[in-house]
Design a protein around this ligand. Structure first.
Ligand SMILES: Cc1ncc(COP(=O)(O)O)c(C=O)c1O
Length: 304
């Protein structure tokens, strides 16, 4: 099963390399810190960032299991569904997305893309949506038909961890602390499974993110993988909640783009880097440290 399905191999070959970009600025220089960003946003215009990493082995499992259709869930701006719809089309898999809330009178750009790529959209009430979260196994959605494969919210599966951990094998420099944004915590958990991670900081994109600490620990436990790394999740950089922004966050992102040429989005990567610079200013990192931030993509979300 670990052999990559030929259709996935072909898709993988079409992806670009995700380079490491060194960020140089006064704040880093003054504190004798190095900051590098793993540009997973450059992997592909649509299947960017952690999406490809998380989908790769799960879709491999689905294809080897003979699935012809992937059923998943997400919000109306979901990066996960966006990447899934595109990837499904590229792999010749049908896709169905359960979308949280009522069908809007005017579809947003994300939903249009989903339809364009052939995803069937099923709008469900918020309470039904919450119930879908209880289905965590690929065959656990009750109404699943033959050939359909269930993919939980955010692509949060055990198989996602392996794909995420692979990202670090591409990093050719040593690093002291890794920093990544957290939604479900799967990406952080995957990075923690790598022996290359010694210290990691997750930045929760949503309000009340304390549950993520337990969730990540549980995911690792379930795999029998207690991470040797020293890790924590910062829960105070949500800027009012999931997908909420403030003028300070937007100004930070704009400034970062102007000075460093790296585009961020306000839902995940903007918050992550804002938090990182806040820690730098607080003197959190000892001089001489090399910090590795992961750009998890999601730039399509800026359209909302
Ligand atoms: C761009 C981006 N960054 C980070 C994350 C957080 O990933 P995870 O849900 O694995 O914590 C997401 C959500 O999946 C995302 O879309």
């Amino acid at each position: 099963m670990s052999d990559l399905h030929p259709r996935l191999l072909a898709l993988q070959r079409s992806l670009a390399a995700a380079p490491l970009t060194r960020i140089r600025d006064r704040e880093l220089a003054d504190r004798q810190l190095e900051l590098w960003i793993k540009r997973d946003d450059l992997l592909h215009p649509i299947i960017s960032g952690n999406k490809w990493r998380k989908l790769k082995y799960t879709l491999n499992h689905a294809l080897h299991n003979g699935a012809d259709s992937i059923v998943s869930m997400g919000g109306a701006y979901s990066n996960h569904l966006h990447a899934l719809a595109f990837t499904g089309k590229a792999l010749g898999l049908q896709t169905i997305g359960y979308i949280r809330g009522e069908r809007p009178a005017h579809l947003n750009a994300t939903l249009y893309d989903l339809l364009d790529w052939g995803m069937e959209l099923r709008f469900v009430s918020r309470s039904d949506y919450r119930q879908l979260r209880d289905c965590q196994h690929y065959d656990s959605l009750p109404e699943l038909q033959a050939g359909q494969y269930w993919l939980p919210e955010g692509g949060a599966t055990d198989l996602a961890l392996q794909g995420v951990a692979e990202l670090l094998d591409e990093i050719e420099i040593g690093f002291d602390t890794l920093v990544v944004a957290c939604g479900t915590g799967t990406t952080l958990a995957g990075l923690l499974t790598s022996p290359l991670t010694n210290r990691a900081i997750g930045v929760a994109a949503l309000k009340g993110g304390d549950f993520l600490i337990e969730d990540v620990a549980q995911v690792l436990n379930k795999q029998g993988l207690t991470s040797h790394a020293d890790w924590r999740i910062l829960v105070d950089y949500h800027f009012g909640g999931f997908a909420k922004t403030t003028p300070a966050l937007l100004a930070f992102m704009q400034d970062f783009k102007q000075r460093q040429g790296v585009e961020l989005e306000p839902i995940y990567t903007g918050k992550m880097l804002f938090a990182l610079y806040d820690l730098i200013r607080q003197g959190y990192f000892p001089a001489g440290q090399r910090i590795l931030a992961i750009h998890t993509g999601g730039l399509q979300g800026r359209r909302s």
